[in-house]
Design a protein around this ligand. Structure first.
Ligand SMILES: *Cc1c(COP(=O)(O)O)cnc(C)c1O
Length: 383
């Protein structure tokens, strides 16, 4: 089809600056021969991200999953942690890798984030922490979660992998909870090819995390913990510094695409655009829609129809994490425990959204979604 120039359209396309802009950074690395171990670009990117995001301390990692695993180690979490089944599988995997039992609680139908009342109901004497996800970048019910954590003396580690740049009540959403973890994977709105970070509120915690991500080394001869190698390399950190220059422009383009989808899809029976909360504060990382029973096609039939036109939308998050084999047998993974997550998982499609997605392609996608509903309308009118 002409609108997309016969090229397949994926759910996202990585933000990449012009190649020549990266060459001076590489020259610096080739000259100073510092490739990793908290070198100058690593330090500069930590500072630049603190400034851009409006947070106090950041610890860079090689990826978001290692950051999640290390965040749990940093706070010495054990026992049971309450989390959401409606997320990318790394959320719960980080718990299993630490020998922690994930306890799944259901989500809210409007935000698709953990439901605070369900968190409270899942607390046992073994519970030590809550790991919520700001799903699609929409902030959780932070105030309610904080209250529960205070009442039951639980830690809160936010999987904020989707929430780069999101604001909450005038500040960064990453300033809430005990720690927040972000991802800079190629598919995220801000990427360093691979990368991630822990946002933490105080220098002491940052120091512990910095030790943990470097084998537990404090100095040449002192190892204080069974740490891991989680460090971000200089090449990734340098790339992050360059990426920051383009991030605001990229986010503006996302915002325009989000607004266009939202306006054009609003009238289609059976299609619901997932609310984004405070639109000004959002980062438009994803564009999820729910395909309800009033739509003439099933979710999977629409998904297939888009694929047939080489529109590779994604069913984030299907299947639920709790349906994967290593979680399935857990009592909290039972279908009856998670009806809202189950329904969302059966209805969701994330439509393509990325800065260089052309509006003509967005219009073509909207037309593909509208067509079955329009046909239905015609049939109804004739009958
Ligand atoms: C991307 C993602 C992660 C993992 O981040 P990586 O950088 O890919 O390791 C974790 N949680 C969620 C919710 C994610 O979307």
């Amino acid at each position: 089809m002409s609108a997309q120039k016969n090229k397949p359209v994926y759910v996202t396309q990585p933000l990449l600056p012009p190649l020549e802009d990266f060459l001076p950074y590489l020259e610096t690395i080739w000259n100073n021969k510092i490739l990793t171990n908290g070198g100058p670009f690593h330090q500069q990117l930590e500072q630049a991200l603190c400034d851009y995001l409006g947070v106090k301390h950041i610890c860079l990692f090689a990826n978001g999953t290692l950051a999640l695993m290390t965040a749990l180690q940093a706070l010495r979490i054990n026992g049971e942690v309450i989390t959401t089944p409606y997320s990318f599988v790394a959320t719960a995997h980080s718990l299993l890798w630490n020998n922690i039992k994930p306890v799944f609680a259901d989500i809210e139908p409007h935000s698709l984030n953990l439901d605070p009342s369900k968190i409270e109901a899942a607390i046992t004497p073994q519970t030590t922490a809550i790991m919520p996800v700001h799903c699609y970048g929409r902030p959780c019910d932070i105030e309610a979660i904080e209250k529960i954590a205070d009442n039951y003396n639980l830690k809160v580690i936010y999987d904020a992998a989707h929430a780069f740049g999101v604001r909450h009540r005038g500040g960064s959403v990453l300033n809430h909870g005990d720690l927040s973890v972000i991802s800079f994977h190629a598919t995220k709105i801000f990427n360093t090819f691979e990368g991630g970070a822990i946002v933490c509120p105080d220098a002491k915690t940052k120091q512990r995390i910095d030790h943990l991500k470097n084998f537990g080394f404090v100095d040449e001869v002192t190892v204080v913990a069974a740490g891991i190698n989680g460090k971000m390399s200089e090449i990734n950190a340098a790339f992050g510094l360059l990426q920051l220059k383009g991030i605001d422009g990229a986010r503006q383009k996302r915002k325009a695409i989000d607004a266009h989808y939202r306006q054009q899809l609003a009238g289609i029976d059976g299609i619901t655009c997932v609310q984004q909360g405070d639109a000004e504060a959002a980062n438009n990382a994803y564009f999820p829609i729910l395909v309800g029973p009033d739509y003439p096609l099933s979710r999977d039939a629409l998904f297939q129809r888009l694929r047939d036109q080489e529109i590779y939308a994604r069913r984030y998050f299907y299947p639920l994490i709790s349906d994967f084999p290593m979680y399935r047998g857990m009592p909290s993974a039972a279908h009856a425990n998670l009806p809202v997550a189950r329904l969302a998982s059966s209805q969701v499609i994330c439509l393509p959204i990325y800065p260089d997605l052309e509006m003509a392609t967005v219009d073509a996608i909207i037309a593909m979604i509208a067509a079955p509903a329009l046909q239905q309308e015609v049939i109804r009118n004739i009958a």
